[in-house]
Write a protein that binds this ligand. Structure first.
Ligand code: R2B
Ligand code: URA
Length: 293
C-alpha cells in the first residue's frame, strides 16, 4: 500500500532484524498464519506445541527459533510464524508494520494474523475464551484513533467476520464453550480500564460501575490493549486478522487479577489449544502436509 517502499534501496525491518535484502521469499514465502501474543515465553510455547502437533523431527525443532533481536521473540514452524508483540498498541503497532511488510516482500498468499492473549471479562465467567467480532476504543467508538503529523487520524476497524466465526465454530466443536463478542482496547491496564487499584485513582466506584455497565450494554464482553490497531492495520492492508483471548477475571466483580499460578497457566493454555485446533483444520483444508501428519 505504501508507494514509498518501492524507492527504498533496502528496507530494514529493524525490530525483527530481517531486511528486504534477505531472501525473504525462500525464508517466509510459505507462511499462511502469523500467531502473535504478548510475551516471548508464551509464543515459544505456541511454537513448541505446533512442533509437536506437526511431528517435527528433533533436528527441525532446533531450528524453530528464528529471532534476530530481543525486541520480539520470533519462531517459524512450517507455514506458521509465532511472534511476540509486547503490551499495548504502540508495541504491537511496530510489530504489525514490520510483519505485514515482511509477508508482502516474501510474496505470501492470503496470510491470516491471529492474536492470542488474555483479557478482563465484562460479566462473563473467568476462563471464558472470547473471539472478537467487533472492536471498540476506550471512547466506546468502533474505530482506531492515532496521531499522525500532529493530527488525530481515525481508521475503521472491521475484523474479518468469516475467520472469527470459523474460529468460534471450531471452539464450539471442540467443547471450549467460547464466546463471540465485542472487545474494548485501552491504552492502560489501570485507570484506562476503569481500575481503582492503580497508583492513583480519580473517579468513584459509582462512576467505575456506570462505565463498566455501559460496556456490557453495548455488547462488549472483554477488555484488552491491542485489538483496535490490529483490526485497523489488517483492514487497511487487506490482511485477515482475528483475536482470541481468555478472560482472567470478571470486571463486574473486581479489579485485581488474584488467581493462582496454576489457574493462570490453565487459562493461558485455552486460546493456544483452540488456535491449534483451528490451524490443524485449516491446514487440512488446504492439504498442507502438516495438516495430515
Ligand atoms: C492483555 O494483557 C496485557 C495486560 O496485562 C495486555 O497486553 C493485554 O492486551
Ligand atoms: N489483560 C487486560 O488488558 N486486562 C485485564 O483485566 C486482564 C488482562
Amino acid at each position: 500500500m505504501n508507494p514509498n517502499l518501492k524507492d527504498l534501496e533496502n528496507d530494514f525491518l529493524y525490530h525483527l532484524g530481517y531486511s528486504r535484502s534477505d531472501d525473504l521469499v525462500t525464508l517466509f514465502g510459505d507462511v499462511k498464519f502469523v500467531v502473535t501474543g504478548g510475551s516471548g515465553g508464551r509464543m515459544r510455547k505456541v511454537a513448541e506445541a505446533l512442533a509437536e502437533e506437526f511431528h517435527l523431527t528433533e533436528e527441525e525443532k532446533k531450528r524453530i527459533d528464528i529471532s534476530r533481536t530481543d525486541r520480539f521473540s520470533f519462531y517459524k514452524v512450517g507455514p506458521v510464524l509465532s511472534v511476540s508483540h509486547g503490551m499495548g498498541v504502540p508495541s504491537i503497532s511496530i510489530l504489525l508494520h514490520e510483519i505485514i511488510k515482511l509477508l508482502k516482500y516474501a510474496n505470501t498468499v492470503d496470510p491470516i494474523i491471529i492474536r492470542i492473549g488474555t483479557c478482563g471479562g465484562v460479566g462473563i465467567e473467568p476462563g471464558t475464551v472470547v473471539i472478537s467480532n467487533k472492536v471498540y476504543n476506550a471512547y466506546l467508538k468502533s474505530e482506531h484513533v492515532t496521531v499522525i503529523l500532529g493530527k488525530s487520524v481515525v481508521r475503521p476497524v472491521e475484523l474479518d467476520q468469516g475467520t472469527a466465526k470459523e474460529i468460534f465454530q471450531c471452539g464450539v466443536d471442540s467443547g471450549f464453550k467460547p464466546l463471540l463478542g465485542g472487545t474494548m482496547c485501552t491504552d492502560d491496564f489501570y485507570e484506562g480500564q476503569a481500575r481503582m487499584d492503580g497508583c492513583i485513582c480519580e473517579f468513584s466506584q459509582q462512576e467505575q460501575m456506570d462505565y463498566i455497565k455501559k460496556l456490557q450494554q453495548m455488547g462488549i464482553v472483554n477488555i484488552e490493549m491491542e485489538c483496535t490497531v490490529l483490526a485497523s492495520l489488517c483492514q487497511k492492508t487487506g490482511v485477515k486478522g482475528a483475536i482470541i483471548c481468555v478472560s482472567l477475571l470478571d470486571r463486574m466483580k473486581g479489579d485485581q487479577v488474584a488467581i493462582s499460578t496454576e489457574t493462570y497457566k490453565n487459562y493461558q493454555e485455552r486460546p493456544r489449544a483452540l488456535l491449534i485446533k483451528y490451524l490443524r483444520k485449516k491446514l487440512q483444508e488446504i492439504q498442507h502436509p502438516f495438516g495430515s501428519r
